[in-house]
Design a protein around this ligand. Structure first.
Ligand code: SF4
Length: 374
């Protein structure tokens, strides 16, 4: 593992490209990758493609050519997160305990909450992040010799986020003492690797991600933009899945670049108050308002980066001047082109619950946040 050191000494970020290159060259290692939603609308920036263009198909193709054995979609893991988090939300509404429920898929926010507001840690959802759910499920799947083909498995997560490098090292990111993910590569590291490979990214054809974890619902894909988690949960809790119902949710105020958004979640004719927050300064502001009794909510989504993961610290910076608008549009367009809108209607996820996950839901999909990270 090497380090990229900022010339001013202000930051140093671990890079993980070298061990991944080594694994790709090793015939006895099967290297699998998952690609987070926000990555696919940012990579094109580095290759002069239109800002925000969804280049998932190209990423899959170049990763295969670079030697990755299987390339999957973290949106699949996001579907699992939506299902588990929605269930947890309903359970907390029924018991009245630990409300509001704070989302926990952003490690920047989780760490902030644990260190600055430990009194709120019990409000964090116990569901693992999409990356971690995916990692735990993939580890389980590859235990089967029919799937690992006698090879060592190296699990790589390609993320828009530097904080995800720390998330995989936490104790609760392990199952039976083994880390669910081996390495996190940021979008910027992926771009560097593509450039070093000599492949002409602009020219490669599109390829579909691999089965059995290659399909995510539209709800899983929009996770990359602030409000995406909440919109996905609203879809999950909606009775139906008609176009008009999805449109009502879309127009509820859950989308957009504002740092704090207030919305209403309707479930079985009852209304619940939710907030969507991006940026830690905005999270702090909302916490102060809640603690002073100025406002209260049942569900709060927090993302440490303004506008969410599309503007994560691991993304290329060129589009920052455009405020990430194009990237958000790219994700919402990907959702429009996906026939499955609700996480619980993803047939691959349903079959997972009926098979590999049976009896292991809590072990593989949840974690405990009460112990602060170091
Ligand atoms: Fe990482 Fe930022 Fe996304 Fe949080 S919002 S998961 S810190 S990229």
């Amino acid at each position: 593992q090497c380090r990229v050191v900022c010339p001013t000494g202000a930051i140093s970020i671990n890079t993980n490209m070298d061990p991944v290159w080594e694994a790709l060259a090793d015939p006895d290692t099967k290297v699998i990758a998952q690609i987070a939603p926000a990555v696919r609308v940012a990579v094109g920036d580095a290759f002069d493609l239109p800002q925000g263009e969804n280049v998932m198909g190209k990423i899959v193709n170049v990763l295969h050519r670079m030697g990755f054995d299987e390339v999957f979609d973290t949106a699949y893991g996001a579907d699992l997160t939506v299902i588990e988090e929605s269930e947890e939300f309903l359970q907390r509404l029924a018991s009245g305990e630990n409300l509001p429920l704070f989302t926990s898929c952003c490690p920047g926010w989780v760490s902030y909450c644990e260190h600055r507001h430990p009194e709120l840690a019990k409000h964090l959802s116990t569901t693992r992040s999409p990356m971690q759910m995916f990692g735990a499920v993939a580890r389980e799947y590859y235990k089967d010799p029919a799937n690992n083909e006698g090879k060592k498995i190296l699990s790589v997560a390609i993320m828009p986020c530097t904080a995800k490098k720390g998330e995989i090292l936490r104790d609760e990111s392990k199952t039976d003492g083994i880390a669910d993910i081996d390495y996190v590569l940021t979008t910027s590291e992926l771009i560097t690797m593509i450039k070093r490979s000599g492949l002409m990214f602009e020219d490669v054809e599109l390829e579909s991600s691999d089965m059995p974890f290659g399909i995510g619902s539209g709800a899983g894909v929009i996770f990359g933009a602030s409000g995406g988690v909440t919109e996905a949960v609203m879809r999950r809790l909606a009775d139906k899945h008609s176009r008009s119902e999805m449109e009502t949710i879309r127009n509820s105020g859950v989308r957009g670049g504002e740092g704090i958004k207030e919305i209403v979640i309707t479930y079985q004719d009852k209304e619940y108050k939710a907030a969507v927050v991006s940026g830690l300064a905005n999270a702090e502001k909302l916490i102060q308002q809640i603690e002073s009794g100025e406002c209260n909510y049942d569900f709060i989504e927090v993302m440490a980066c303004r506008r969410g993961c599309i503007m994560g610290g691991g993304q290329p910076v060129d589009a920052h001047s455009a405020g990430g608008e194009a990237r958000a549009k790219g994700l919402y367009a990907a959702d429009v082109n996906t026939q499955i809108k609700k996480s619980n209607e993803n047939p691959l996820v349903q079959s997972l619950y009926d098979g590999l996950l049976k009896g292991k839901e809590h072990k593989l999909l949840h974690r405990n946040f009460n112990k602060p990270s170091q």
